[in-house]
Design a binder for this molecule. Sequence first.
Ligand code: T1G
Length: 701
Amino acid sequence: MSRAAETSSATRINPVVELRRDGEIAVLAINSPPVNALSAQVREGIVEGVRQAGTDARVKAVVLHCEGRTFFAGADISEFGKPPKQPMLPEVVDFIEASSKPVVAALHGTALGGGLETALACHYRVAVPSAKCGFPEVKLGLLPGAGGTQRLPRLVGPERAMDMITSGSPVSAKVAKEMGIVDEIVDETDLLASAIAFARKLVAENRPLKKVRDLDDKIAAARGKPEIFEAFRKANARKFRGFQAPEYNIRCVEAAVNLPFDEGIKLERQLFQELVSGEQSAAQRHVFFAERQVWKIPDISDDTPTLPVKKVGVIGAGTMGGGISMNFANAGLPVTIVEAKPDALERGLGVIRRNYESTAKKGRMSMEDVERRMELLTGSLRLEDLADCDLIIEAVFENMAIKKEIFSKLDAIAKPGAILASNTSYLNVNEIAAMTKRPEHVLGMHFFSPANIMRLLEVVRGEKTDKRVIATAMQLGRQIGKIAVLVGVCHGFVGNRMLEPRQREANRLILEGAMPWDVDRVLYEFGFPMGPFAMADLAGLDIGWSRETSKGETAREILCEQDRRGQKTGAGFYDYDENRNAKPSELVEQIILDLSDKKGITRREISDQEILERCVYTMINEGAKILEEGIAIRSSDIDIVWINGYGWPVYRGGPMFYAEQVGLGKVLERLRAYEAKFGADFKPAALLERLVAEGKGFRDL
Ligand code: T1G
């Protein structure tokens, strides 16, 4: 055998796994694009590769290395919910750890979930500086189910382990080294060579097999101290409200501290099985894939050319215009903000500066960052100053006449090829586009307040909007950190159109027998951050209200007439103390009772279930109509809109996913019952009736 063959060889284990040898070091190379997810084929390849390396007397150590963009990015999520395929990851992980020869994990990209668990079962870990590692399982409603909850605390201690596992946030290689997860940071340019050199050194120095499962020094101090875990639960109660997985993760870390390793593993497996077969994880895995589907537009291919956007114009420096401008400044794009009056412009720029300074005070940006971003913002009182902008976003008062006037002027001012977008929340983008000679360059870009915080961007496709303009708006959405959903033109597009029936039913329910705090409680317990009446108090009851036109016919009007305009006046549907804590108001209760009486409505006891069904099933019904009319491309897009624009609880997957968990037949039956009682507002969508008749779901569309 030639010298070269003597020192190096390569064995193809399977299509995605190859075992190579570089002298006494074996390299188990995985190449399973796009993210080297630990599919069944990868898992069986790893076991066979470690087995072969173990029996090859020439091999003294093994390097586990993934080709492509990243080390294993986790278990293959697409396998969940399907019959399990052997070998399962826990067995693979144990097999690596039991190797008689040291195994070194070479980390780059994002070593996540099962990927990090695989690395922790290795005896050593090296990483390039740009590598990240983490346990995002909790975002899928899961927990690290291949020993991660037992090994991580043994490396970093229970507190940091709980932080990392319940946040789901990755840490940098540098932090991972400091925490003890990574043994050495190696040269960014050649991870494999560095990992082989590290392994060679291990062998030369005859370093022991370091098994994480045998470590105890980081967890011993916490043993028998439940107060550590109680304190963590208490500190995170608000963030974890409604979620199942965080608590299960905490229990596993607690077991790692108090139980022998193998018993902790048993509990981890039991709790993992409960979560992976539960409704919350199914919902959160649905959202994971739905968030990746929204970018796929059937008639606009991924390689559609986009238009260059180097300079942005925003018309309106109010709450929305200011927030929208911040998004682009945050992405490093210069923005010219136009207002009609100097004081409004000055106020708007002042609000933006204060927002940035408040972020800097929290340590999330430096004061230099604040100045850099403010330098990107230029105020103006002249629309003409937008002449060189590539994208102009109108964010003025929600009035069609005003918008039409602005777009007509913009058409004469904006340079050829500039994209003209309206931030309208409801209005007809086609009518707005018709005010210009460039309707193909006009669309809606509907941001959600606060526009610099809320992740959702509804991109509203006009009937004449050019595909490149749409592709550009979607790409810009990604560039400014939004999740962009392409929607069609109708009153309220997707989100606000579905909000209307919920608001309508909430307002009816308080006249029929419920109180605002009953409706809010039901929707809060369902998982929304707050109910419609608390939300109205927060936003201000007087939006769109005026004393001149007020008729005193609704609770909201009566409250405004009594200057109970919401939190800002210390009273609205609720009374607020100096810390803005809400309390049901006897005065409001009486106003509502009198209103019911005035309208001749005999109040009755209304169940929580009826409140929930009338608020949520009517939303689902509207969503079905939206799908029928082609206003949304797919049902999961509607889910993404409601999760990212209105706080629908992610562990319920979105309104359309939730409908399928409830059962479309049940939703239809309840809508029909309410239609019989309350009339046409509950008339089921034809699509809903068809799907139920065919035994299908929204996801089958
Ligand atoms: N399984 C299957 N497919 C995956 C995947 C995964 N883990 N991760 C990504 N993909 C697909 C994704 O659907 C997309 O497909 C393509 O890869 C590119 O992804 C037992 C139980 C790694 C940071 O949660 O966070 O391990 O749309 O668009 O923006 O304890 O993907 O192209 O057809 O997101 O560069 C834990 C999830 C699993 C990591 C890359 N791991 N992935 O982001 O690309 S559970 C995760 C991500 C687990 C064990 C437990 C990101 C990324 P397509 P992408 P990206």
